[in-house]
Design a protein around this ligand. Structure first.
Ligand code: V47
Length: 354
């Protein structure tokens, strides 16, 4: 059957189909993805009011794409105390934030109590605040460093108030590319296992894919299909977030940087292939705000949030370091022809900006 027909009939696509989608012209692909997105969400475009906190940049791992981490010899290393973290949280709550998204480097000096204590203190002070924390890469690091099992760390997270897991650390699942990018970090199978375990405890998470570096289109489709397989079993992924590779201040320059068209095609294809993951985020920090808005016409339905401060991708050249003013964010979404909808972290609608 013709591939376009197959998509219109909502048939499940194979690896081969996914690769073939890239050969369609951008507008056909965009229309196919947009139809799926509009059927689900109409003209709504989701975002939340959130704060990214990166409590330490000291890292035992060496990922070629990372411009954020610092080794112990780096003069720019930092590790926040719980008081410093709580000061940030206090301030962000005053500014209306409803989600704290905490992601750290893999710091061998801190101990598991440092992580869990921070979550506990945030939750004790703000029981209604959503704590999104701990990538599967961090969890894997903690188990190796401190001798816990995945289940023990996940249970500790739940006991200390973590509500959902972010999608970081997925990078690209293909084992050869992964070994080149981030040898020694959580493996693809482990990343998927950790999320599956988390879902089986009744919790939700997101999934990312870092693209636009040395991977091929086939690797991106393989990445999506591995996520789709887990999602068939658990239904626990809320959103898929394709992260566009930022290339400054790191060790990976030999890349096939993607054009705007290639980025939009990748968003659209992820909407089509991931028939069981409800939301596709065009994360404005790595896509740029303009492309993230256009991506809302190519299958994406979410822009992520106002963020307030971003350290990981901005270290590598993104312009998202200072977040986005709420009024500007809402106006930009409106001017792009969409209805901005503020959501909570689990996609319950909080406010429709008509
Ligand atoms: O996993 C690191 C990525 C991720 C670079 O779950 C880079 O809602 C681009 O996962 N260029 C962490 N990306 C951020 C993350 C995230 C972001 C927003 C929302 C959510 C969510 C999750 O940042 C890492 C890594 O893949 N990253 N370096 C870089 N040079």
């Amino acid at each position: 059957m013709d591939l376009v027909e197959k998509v219109r009939n909502k048939e499940r696509l194979t690896q081969e189909d996914g690769e073939a989608l890239y050969h369609l012209d951008l507008y056909t692909l965009g229309e196919l993805a947009d139809n799926i997105r509009r059927e689900k969400y109409g003209n709504k475009s989701y975002f939340n009011i959130n704060r990214h906190i990166n409590p330490t940049n000291v890292c035992a791992d060496v990922c070629k794409f990372c411009a954020y981490s610092a080794t112990r010899k780096n003069p720019n290393q930092y590790t926040m105390s719980h008081e410093q973290i709580l000061d940030i949280v206090d301030n962000s709550v005053k500014n209306g934030a409803k989600e704290m998204h905490l992601v750290s480097a893999h710091n061998p000096n801190d101990g598991v109590e440092w992580y869990m204590g921070a979550f506990r203190k945030i939750k004790d002070k703000y029981p209604d605040l959503h704590v999104k924390a701990m990538t599967a890469a961090e969890i894997d690091f903690i188990t190796r460093e401190y001798g816990h099992s995945y289940d023990e760390v996940l249970d500790m997270m739940i006991d200390n108030g973590v509500d959902s897991m972010p999608g970081g650390g997925a990078e690209i699942f293909d084992e050869k590319v992964r070994e080149y990018l981030c040898k020694g970090k959580v493996t693809s199978a482990q990343w998927l296992e950790i999320h599956e375990k988390w879902h089986n405890k009744g919790k939700q998470s997101n999934a990312t894919m870092l693209f636009g570096h040395v991977e091929t289109r086939a690797h991106r489709i393989d990445h999506m299909i591995r996520l789709r397989d887990v999602q068939d079993r658990t239904g626990g992924f809320n959103a898929f977030i394709p992260l566009v590779y930022q290339r400054e201040n790191n060790y990976m320059k030999n890349c096939n940087y993607p054009s705007g068209q290639e980025i939009l095609k990748t968003y659209a294809i992820s909407r089509i292939i991931l028939d069981n993951i409800p939301h596709i985020k065009s994360y404005w920090v790595t896509a740029s705000i303009n492309l993230a808005l256009i991506a809302q016409e190519f299958g994406c339905d979410d822009m992520d949030g106002t963020i307030e401060k971003e350290s990981i991708q901005s270290a590598a050249g993104s312009e998202g370091a200072h977040g986005m003013n709420l009024d500007d964010f809402v106006s930009l979404i409106k001017n792009a022809g969409f209805i901005p909808v503020e959501r909570d972290s689990l996609y319950n609608e909080l406010k429709v900006y008509t």
